[in-house]
Write a protein that binds this ligand. Structure first.
Ligand code: SF4
Ligand code: SF4
Length: 443
């Protein structure tokens, strides 16, 4: 297989980062890379998806990494996996002798080990400069499910389903293979009855995820549905308005600096300094600009507000609002920023996932969520045309068409960063809009 054939297989197969922002995987292929890292750091509390998928599909995933490594001509493939994920580690160790230049980097059980920049440092010791991409250090990072999807795409089977863990206030935490375009409500029956009276739904992860609802649609980047009581502190934190966050900061920030001391990007020498930001923001200072502009270097991990701050303040939310405001106002991120040296005490400031889980008040929900073979029953799916960074796909079906699983329903926008989208069920197209294609399974 050539570079062009691999790139086409990934683009036409609709392969994007299976989590995060959904960056199209074909656009990550870069012959300047010397290292590929598989990201199996999975660090959000309660999530158990990647380690299970890697354990269950290690051969397919390592074969895909090996193929991409050969096509790109990279020197090494590193499987970045937490030491605690014994099943996944054993499955990979058993296969390593069959590949050249492939090794395992055992990662500590810290949050956010899965942040690409943190992962790269933990696995290789290299520091990606603030605002730069991993390729600037010769590295390409892929996640576990993305590599499984790539394996299928190379065999001609496009992305139609997404592994999603359902946990929290459910009687049977489980990981399901969901047809893309179904809803949270479609998935819940597989996790048994909900065990609280007034549930809320956190999509993705407790730290970086957003609140959803039973009608939230599952996409190529949905990792989890975490059911929590609506009065749970994590839910309250996510519901708070920025204006309230700012007033709370003015009233209660004691400038203790803990948020900066524990900020994982600050600990890699990046200029993000949430405590300095809170000082100027809470005093409405307009003559000190740097802490505002440095908001561009926040990765949104949430450690400052969900773990570090003893006053329950929200540096992350305020930094995000500032970053969005700067972007909307046309203020560009600073360029060519050099990182400071990594502090000697960094290792002691890394946050253990068990401590974070306890701090969030979710330890009782930290239960196995095995992958089930049970199918998700759906009457219809509404498949978004934009599940990735870049330009939405262009629909190629019309109302009344009959489609089958895996059939393209939208093509990648010509000459743009974009991927194709495929039917996730057999059925009839009942609606085509600018945003999605609806397929009904009813006869
Ligand atoms: S969310 Fe907070 S802890 Fe995370 S990178 Fe941003 S400032 Fe640092
Ligand atoms: S940890 Fe909280 S109180 Fe301390 S400086 Fe940061 S925002 Fe202020």
């Amino acid at each position: 297989m050539t570079f062009a054939e691999l790139s086409a297989a990934l683009q036409q197969g609709g392969v994007v980062g299976a989590g995060g922002a959904g960056f199209p995987s074909y656009a990550k292929l870069n012959e300047k890379a010397d290292t590929i890292i598989l990201n199996c750091a999975e660090c959000e509390p309660l999530l158990k998806l990647h380690r299970q998928v890697l354990e269950q599909n290690a051969k397919e995933i390592l074969d895909t990494l090996d193929l991409i490594a050969k096509i790109l001509g990279v020197k090494q493939v590193i499987i970045g996996v937490k030491e605690a994920y014994h099943g996944a580690v054993s499955a990979c160790e058993a296969l390593l002798p069959f590949y050249n230049n492939m090794s395992i980097a055992l990662l500590p059980e810290i949050y956010p080990a899965g942040d690409e920049i943190v992962l790269i440092y933990e696995a290789t010791g290299r520091v990606v400069a603030p605002g730069a991409l991993p390729i600037s250090q010769g590295i390409v990072v892929f996640n576990v499910e993305t590599m499984l999807n790539a394996w299928y795409a190379i065999q001609g089977k496009p992305v139609t389903h997404k592994y999603v863990t359902i946990c929290g206030e459910v009687s049977n935490p489980v990981t399901v293979l969901a047809p893309i375009g179904c809803t949270v409500k479609d998935l819940l029956p597989l996790a048994g009855p909900i065990t609280c009276a007034d549930p809320s739904y956190v999509m993705g992860g407790l730290m970086m995820g957003a609140l959803g609802s039973p009608s939230t649609v599952i996409t190529k980047t949905s990792n989890a549905v975490i059911v929590l009581p609506s009065d749970h502190p994590v839910v309250s934190q996510k519901q708070r308005k920025t204006s309230v966050d700012l007033h709370r900061a003015m009233a209660a920030c004691c400038h203790c600096n803990y948020c900066t001391d524990l900020c994982p990007r600050h600990l890699l020498g990046h200029p993000i300094d949430p405590a300095a930001f809170m000082r100027v923001a809470s005093h409405m200072k307009a003559d000190v600009v740097k802490p505002y502009v440095d908001s561009y270097f926040c990765c949104g991990c949430g450690l400052c507000e969900m773990y570090a701050c003893g006053q329950s303040l929200s540096p992350r939310a305020l930094l995000t609002a500032t970053k969005n405001g700067l972007r909307a106002g046309g203020v560009m991120p600073p360029k060519d920023v050099k990182p400071a040296s990594v502090p000697k005490n960094r290792d002691y400031r890394r946050v253990p996932v068990a401590r974070l889980t306890a701090r969030l008040g979710v330890t009782k929900y930290d239960l196995p969520a095995p992958i089930t073979e049970d199918e998700v029953a759906v009457k219809k799916v509404s498949i978004p045309l934009s599940q990735h960074i870049g330009v939405p796909a262009t629909p190629i079906v019309k109302v009344g068409d009959t489609v089958e699983i895996g059939q393209p329903i939208a093509t990648a926008a010509e000459g743009k960063l974009s991927v194709a989208i495929h039917a996730s069920v057999n059925g009839k197209v009942t609606a085509v809009t600018e945003k999605c294609v609806t397929v009904s399974t009813r006869k």
